[in-house]
Design a protein around this ligand. Sequence first.
Ligand SMILES: Nc1ncnc2c1ncn2[C@@H]1O[C@H](COP(=O)(O)OP(=O)(O)OP(=O)(O)O)[C@@H](O)[C@H]1O
Ligand SMILES: O=P(O)(O)OC[C@@]1(O)O[C@H](CO)[C@@H](O)[C@@H]1O
Length: 303
Amino acid sequence: MIYTVTFNPSLDYIVRLDAFKTGAINRLKYEKILCGGKAINVSIVLKNLGVSSIASGFTVGFTGMEIKRQLKDVFNCSCDFIELPQGNSRINVKIKADSETELNGQGPNIPQEAIEALFQKLDGLKKGDFLVLAGSIPNTLPNDIYERILKRLYPKGVSFVVDAEGKLLLNVLEYKPFLIKPNNHELSGMFGKTLKTAPELIEHAKILQRRGARNVLISRGGDGAILITEKGDCMTAPAPKGKLINSVGAGDSMVAGFLAGYLSSGDYKTAFRTGIAAGSASAFSDNLAVSKDVNSLMEQIIL
Ligand SMILES: Nc1ncnc2c1ncn2[C@@H]1O[C@H](COP(=O)(O)OP(=O)(O)OP(=O)(O)O)[C@@H](O)[C@H]1O
Ligand SMILES: O=P(O)(O)OC[C@@]1(O)O[C@H](CO)[C@@H](O)[C@@H]1O
């Protein structure tokens, strides 16, 4: 079973306009409201690729209701969210104009009882299960929360996938996550320097691997990706060519594609190619990747 946890789900309000002007009224050419949050996106793309998962985390208020409604009714995903006592799940604004601007909310307060309720649910995971932790946490929570979850479940033999920034990610490495997926900016941020070239990125990804990560996948937007496997292989691949439409969720789609490819084949090359294809299929579409587009992009990906 794959269990995905989004601490801070969102409704993504995605808007398009020709040019975005601050300090003025901007009239939109396009608007769409989609449920979001990184691990939720992973669940949606897994489902699109024929892999079931259970989406969990914390939801609240009218926005929380809509997140769950879309997940169930539109995307056909199984949900197991904990309802918070007060507030609203956040609304993240994604402005697509001459450049891309994102306004990501802070999110509701998560009380200790809700954390305990999550821990109890997670205690049901067993060897062979995958736990995907992805996205930020509301700033009212301590940044060792992912670490506490992995520490608790590590002895059970659960496989972890962690897509998070900074300390949230660095603190979990000792629990040997199956997969981590920093993008090149996040990797740079973790080491406090700008890492641009493939050799620089590989050198620093290997440091994360020495600290415990089993497989390190570095996404580089339109420049493709790099994978360093637990078997010692290092693979690079350019991204397929296409028209960028909406990159929100491309990284999450890559995580889902990697997992789906790995689970169907047990092979890291297939996982890597499926991951890139899923990331790019999302980037080339208004919606998250679907199986037909992923399959047709796979042919273009040469390692
Ligand atoms: N402009 C693009 N053209 C082609 N492929 C892309 C483009 N942007 C993203 N992708 C694909 O998606 C993958 C993940 O993208 P990216 O590195 O932007 O992830 P991310 O920063 O984690 O994204 P997000 O946080 O928005 O989900 C890339 O490795 C690539 O395969
Ligand atoms: O604020 P976080 O948790 O870092 O990111 C949240 C978010 O930007 O990530 C997803 C895309 O990856 C969106 O659906 C969502 O709005």
